[in-house]
Design a protein around this ligand. Structure first.
Ligand code: HEM
Length: 402
């Protein structure tokens, strides 16, 4: 990281990733776990890369997640779109309103729901394997498998018609692309809210046996949640619920293909999918842009005095490769205890869908090892590059044969 004595120069953040396995040099371990960086819009923020410091910020209520606050770090232009006045999803609200809305969904994502979701997830994964096996070789694993699995799971749980998936996937692409203009983002948000608003009306009239119908009949019908808030909640789930899962599935399957001993250990049962999945989640942390927060009070983090009004970005990617927490962090070691990684965040905003994401990853690993024993890369691994959009880590394409 560079900074002059006058403070005129700072490293730019984030920088694109090219290598699917290696972090950009700027995020590789530096001596300072908290440092000053410049965002794309020129603003200066604190970048937290140390594991302990990242956890401190994420679990401290004095750091706000509300992008409407002046000085909130716009890690991507897409955050600016929320200043246009639309209803925010609860991931961008602070308590108590965040907690009130999150509670309405808690039962749907409780650990006890895992057993109910398992057959749905297994059926979706099996369908995608069947279709892959029926297709021509080589095939691109991303559109053939990693993308449809989480989308099909999500639409079934939410009760969103699958025929509309191209619509909301295209809006999600705009939402996560760093090249989208403010106008694109405003339009994409508007389209999603409009679509979900109409779904609220439909489910009020004609409820089904799905998450969104239960939300609407239990909380919109009695006025606890407005139509716009329910639409924002649906938008949040559709936006957050598939792209990250697609990317972790792609990166995890790539890792199986490049680490034959890992695959063999899963196949013989020497390692469990649960154990391997946690290390894959640590190693391939998805949130490249980091988690943005605004300090609402003066707080000391890692010996740095952060003042009220300062923007902070927590790099969970760097924190999960901090050698003070994980020995030899750049090595994939499925025997380590990776369970306290930060891929799903921490504190009150920790990922609500992490149980579902884990279930999907476990099912994919087990099914790929069992049903696709000859799956292999159709190109040299050196030809693969990370998607490099500085928002979510992943691969655009994974050509395979089987
Ligand atoms: C591997 C896949 C996934 C990863 C890596 C991931 C990661 C994250 C992270 C890091 C956060 C915290 C954001 C913050 O603190 O600002 C988060 C929040 C959230 N995630 Fe996930 N997520 C994944 C899958 C899912 C799925 C499948 C769903 C739902 C179907 C979901 C729903 C949510 C929701 C609703 C929040 C907001 C929670 C809150 O603010 O209280 N996520 N996720």
């Amino acid at each position: 990281m560079t900074s002059t004595a006058t403070g005129a120069e700072f490293a730019e953040y984030p920088t694109p990733r090219r290598d699917p396995f290696r972090l950009p040099d700027e995020l590789r371990e530096t001596s300072a776990p908290v440092s000053r960086v410049r965002l794309w819009d020129g603003s200066l923020v604190w970048l937290v890369t140390g594991y302990a410091q990242a956890r401190s910020v994420l679990t401290d209520r004095r750091f706000s997640s509300d992008p409407r606050r002046p000085g909130f770090p716009m890690v991507a232009r897409s955050y600016g779109a929320f200043r246009t006045g639309g209803e925010l999803g609860f991931s961008q609200l602070d308590d108590p309103e965040h907690a009130r809305q999150r509670r309405m969904l808690a039962g749907e994502f409780a650990a006890s729901k895992g057993d109910a979701h398992r057959p749905v997830v297994q059926a979706v994964v099996d369908t995608c394997v069947d279709e892959l096996l029926d297709s021509a070789q080589p095939a691109d694993f991303v559109p053939a498998f990693s993308a449809p699995v989480p989308v099909m799971v999500l639409v079934r749980l939410l009760g969103v018609p699958y025929r509309d998936h191209a619509f909301f996937q295209s809006r999600t692409t705009v939402r996560f692309s760093r090249n989208s203009t403010a106008a694109d983002l405003t339009q994409a948000n508007h389209d999603m809210e409009d679509y979900l608003g109409r779904l609220v009306d439909l489910r009020l009239r004609d409820p089904g046996d799905d998450l969104f119908s239960r939300l609407v009949t239990e909380h919109v019908a009695n006025g606890e949640l407005s139509r716009a808030q329910a639409a924002a909640m649906g938008t949040l789930l559709l936006l957050t619920g598939h792209r990250s899962t697609t990317n972790i599935i792609t990166l995890s399957v790539l890792t199986l293909l490049t680490h034959p001993s890992l695959r063999a250990s899963l196949s013989t049962g020497d390692l469990t999918v649960e154990k391997v999945a946690e290390e894959l989640l640590r190693f391939h942390t998805i949130g490249d842009a980091g988690l943005p927060r605004l300090a609402t009070a003066s707080v000391d983090i890692g010996g740095v005095s952060i003042r009220a009004g300062d923007g902070v970005v927590v790099s969970i990617v760097a924190a999960n490769r901090d050698s003070r927490r994980f020995a030899a962090p750049d090595e994939l070691d499925p025997t380590r205890d990776a369970s306290r990684h930060l891929n799903f965040g921490a504190g009150v905003h920790h990922c609500l869908g992490q149980g579902l994401a884990r279930l999907e990853l476990h099912t994919v690993l087990e099914t790929v090892v069992r049903r696709l024993p000859a799956l292999r890369l159709a190109v040299d691994v050196g030809e693969l590059s990370a998607q490099g959009d500085m928002s979510l880590h992943g691969l655009r394409s994974l050509p395979v044969r089987w």
